[in-house]
Structures are given as C-alpha cells and as structure tokens.
Ligand binder design. Structure first.
Ligand code: KIV
Length: 305
C-alpha cells in the first residue's frame, strides 16, 4: 500500500520534551479520543496527547485493543487534531499495522502524520526496534512502549506487572536500550514496580513516561477515560480518578428524561418565538385548503393502510 507524501513533523516539539527531562521537570501525557477531550487537553497544561489504542476498550467498547482498526484510529486522530494546537500529538499504531515489515510500519506511521500527528508510538522491542529505525529514518519521531504491552494481552486477561525478577528487569533494560538506539525520542514504561523503573530510568537517556511504574520516571501518562471516571468495571491499581464524569452524565440524562416526561422542558428560555400574530392568522387561513390538497394526494387517505 502506498501513501501520499507527508509534510515533515515539527521536531521542535520533540526537543521541548527532551528539554523537560534535562530540566528535571515532570512530563505530563494524557490520552484523548475526540475533539471535546482534545479541547480540554489544549486548555490544560499537559505536554503530550496520545491517541491511544486504549480507545478500543474505553471509547469503542471493544473487547481488546487488538480489535481497533487503523481507519478507526485515524478517524479519532483527526478529531483530536482539530481540537489541539500546543501539546505534542502522538498516534498509537494499532495491533497488526506495523509488526510485519519495515515498509508496513513506515506506511502506517505516514498515515498518522497525514492525520495530524507529530509522532507515533509502537509497542515492544526485538524486531520492533527495526521498525522504529525505519520509521525514524523516514523522518517520523517514535515513542517506544515496554513493560506491560496491552496489544500482546488477550482480551479479558488481567494486567500483569513486568520486571519483578532480576532477569525480567534486565530484559526491560535491554529492550529500552534497543529502542533508544533505534532512535526513539521517548519511552512508555507500563506496569513495572517503582523500584525497578526508577533504577532503569537512571540508565536511559531519553524521557521515560510511566503508567503504573511509580514516581521515578520522567513523567506520567493516564488514560483520559480512567482519570475522568468514565471507565466501566475494575480499573487497574495505578489509575487515579480525578473526576466522576460518569455520575454527572447519568445525572444529566436522568434529569433531562424527568424534565421531558413532566413537560418541564423545553420552557420559554429554550424555545424560539418571534412569529407575528398576523403570520399565525395567515397560516390558519391557509391550512384547511393545504391539508385538503395533501390528503387528496397522499397515502394518509389510503383506507387499505
Ligand atoms: O493506549 C494507551 O492508552 C496507551 C497508554 C496506556 C500509554 O498505550
């Protein structure tokens, strides 16, 4: 599959993220999946917005992040881009759209840039480091993702913590260095014990953004619907809910339904007026003949129906 030429992403935003690490300023990333959350992120002080494939489960109601398609991700990416100016926008390359070959990875990354992203994210290391190299060589910045990598997690499986043994921690370090050397501008560390994450971060030059990796990383990311309080079911231990939007939404729908059934809505404040009495009188004069004409020609009059 070929794609149109893409304009080069603005790499100043990438340097700004590196500068935050150099200044020991904590980096803040959130996910967003729609225009309204993008506007909220824009109005806040977050540094980066990820159009995460967590959209699959949180927004689209799918069983697993493996189920979201590239077209669905690109559609929500374009919506987020329309609402976002300042924060760095990163697109999460979905399962099955980059693993098979460098050419596929570059093609998918270009489509995210066309949709408005400055950078893309890929999960895993090993062969993925090669894909990273190819995408970076094509001029597109890449964020890596190690530890718990949800795309490898079958639907319904519980969140597992990565790096609990010395061997597993060394493997995480090896993967992180592979991705750094492949050219990643930053990494996500997901579900890693804090003591291990903190030790590894000290050995990694690029910014490491944690989710469930304790407070020793260079920054933190949370899934927007988790922090908004919109996620159903059991939420992972690492999630802090900063709002209870679901309760507000249920309340708003319930109040609306009650108002409508009581005929309290719409009141005069929410109703258009401005029709002159003379116009109403003219309408009433015209109606009988118009209704008679309509009835004569329409199926209203069809006694068989
Ligand atoms: O898809 C997502 O939301 C993510 C974050 C958890 C980093 O990958």
């Amino acid at each position: 599959m070929t794609t149109r030429a893409v304009s080069r992403p603005d790499h100043r935003a990438i340097w700004d993220i590196a500068a935050l690490k150099a200044r020991h300023t904590a980096i803040v990333m959130v996910t967003a999946y729609d225009y309204a959350s993008a506007r909220a992120a824009e109005a806040s002080s977050v540094d980066m917005v990820l159009v995460g494939d967590s959209a699959a489960t949180t927004m689209l109601g799918l069983a697993s992040t493996q189920d979201v398609t590239l077209d669905e991700m690109l559609m929500i990416t374009r919506a987020v881009r329309r609402g976002l100016v300042r924060p760095l926008l990163i697109g999460d390359m979905p399962f099955g759209t980059y693993e098979a070959s460098n050419a596929l990875a570059v093609d998918t990354a270009k489509r995210f840039v066309q949709a408005g992203c400055t950078a893309v994210k890929m999960e895993g290391a090993g062969p993925i480091a090669d894909r990273v190299k190819a995408v970076v060589a094509a001029g597109i910045p890449v964020m890596g993702h190690v530890g718990l990598t949800p795309q490898q997690l079958a639907a319904g499986k519980v969140v597992r913590v990565a790096g609990r043994t010395a061997d597993a921690a060394l493997r995480l370090l090896d993967e992180s260095i592979q991705l750094q050397e492949a050219g990643c501008f930053s990494l996500v560390f997901e579900a890693i014990p804090a003591v291990v994450a903190t030790r590894l971060v000290a050995l990694i030059a690029i910014p490491v953004i944690g989710i469930g990796a304790g407070d020793g990383t260079d920054g933190q990311v949370l899934v927007a619907y988790d922090l908004f309080g919109l996620t159903d079911g059991k939420i992972p231990r690492f999630v802090k809910q900063y709002a209870d939007l679901k309760q507000h939404m249920v309340r708003a729908f319930t109040d609306f339904a009650e108002d409508v059934r009581r005929r309290d809505f719409p009141g005069s404040d929410h109703t258009y007026g401005g029709v002159a009495d003379a116009e109403l009188a003219a309408l009433e004069r015209s109606l009988p003949s118009v209704v008679a004409r309509c009835c004569a020609h329409s199926s209203w009059n069809d006694s068989s129906s």
